[in-house]
Design a protein around this ligand. Structure first.
Ligand code: ATP
Ligand code: MG
Length: 284
């Protein structure tokens, strides 16, 4: 094996030498998962500077898609296209087509508030509202009218906290401020908040970069559990994380989508020299 191949294979291995959680070893064997979101020929401009060039990506149901690439290559820009968060940046212009279940999310008939409820987002830095743990999770369902009675709201809060793997740690202090939690707990609270409004797609922009290794491991485990219910896209700078949590990986470079493949393929046998250079740490 060449050094490069060694390095690539070692990315698939946990530090203790055990095989990494298989990124769906049977990706090729099973029937292809239905596509929930489809991006075609997506170009993004900030004023007259182009940040993305003709990007085509599919997000499949119950799969995690990792977006990787050097800083400034457009990962966050692309993620924000998927729930129209770029709309709030005045100088930003998006062209091409992005669909959710075959409906154009940039269409005139689209209610952006509803879209963002269906396509939720978790950010790099945990950002709980300055409210109680309970309110952080209850706020969204209440304003979206998802619960009619207090008891229904309590159920949603509990279910969301459980699904985010946080309930047991906070059940006796739901009225304390969300900001009183540790960083890792705050990030799981933000995930619970995103889940509470029953999204279909969850976008995560470097959700573990502010967390320590133990909190990171918990969130990674959670992502793997969540994919049973959702379609997930995650931006990460951590190659081992991409290898561990995703089934598909998209490698961006200078605003271009260089390669989009099954994760195993990208990390063991990438087609493009730039992908190989990046995942073996030659640049970025
Ligand atoms: N609000 C903005 N206004 C102007 N230019 C922007 C804006 N946001 C991003 N850009 C530019 O678009 C390009 C892509 O940025 P983006 O934040 O998407 O990269 P990234 O891959 O997420 O990087 P990082 O890994 O550092 O988070 C960069 O050249 C950046 O300077
Ligand atoms: Mg970014």
């Amino acid at each position: 094996m060449t050094d490069d191949t060694d390095m690539m294979v070692s990315l698939m291995i946990e530090e203790d030498g055990a095989p990494a959680a298989a990124p769906d070893a049977d990706v090729g064997a099973e029937a292809p998962a239905p596509i929930r979101m489809r991006a075609r020929d997506v170009n993004v401009f900030y004023a007259d500077k182009q940040a993305l060039f003709d990007v085509d990506i599919d997000l499949a149901l119950n799969k995690v898609t990792a977006l990787i690439g050097p800083s400034g290559c457009g990962k966050s820009t692309f993620l924000r296209c998927l729930n129209r968060m770029n709309d709030i940046i005045d100088i930003c212009r998006v062209t091409g087509s992005i669909t959710l279940d075959d409906r154009d999310i940039y269409g005139r008939d689209i209610d952006v508030v509803q879209l963002r409820a269906r396509v939720g987002m978790v950010f790099q830095k945990p950002n709980p509202f300055p409210k109680s743990i309970y309110e952080n999770v209850a706020y969204g369902p209440r304003i979206h009218g998802l619960a009619r009675k207090g008891r229904e709201l309590n159920d949603i809060v509990e279910k969301s906290l459980r699904r985010a793997g946080l309930f047991d740690e906070v059940s006796d202090r739901l009225q304390q401020p969300g900001t009183s939690l540790s960083g890792g707990q705050q990030q799981r609270l933000c995930i619970a908040r995103a889940i509470a409004i029953s999204p279909e797609v969850i976008l995560m922009d470097e959700p573990c970069s502010a967390l320590d290794p133990i909190a990171t491991a918990k969130v990674e485990e959670l992502i793997d559990e969540l994919r049973e219910h959702y379609t997930i896209a995650i931006v990460t700078h951590n190659m081992q994380q991409a290898a561990r949590v995703s089934q598909f990986t998209a490698f961006f470079h200078l605003g271009e989508l260089v390669e989009f493949e099954a994760t195993e393929q990208i990390f063991t046998n990438p087609h493009d020299q730039r992908t190989q250079d990046y995942i073996t740490g030659r640049f970025g």
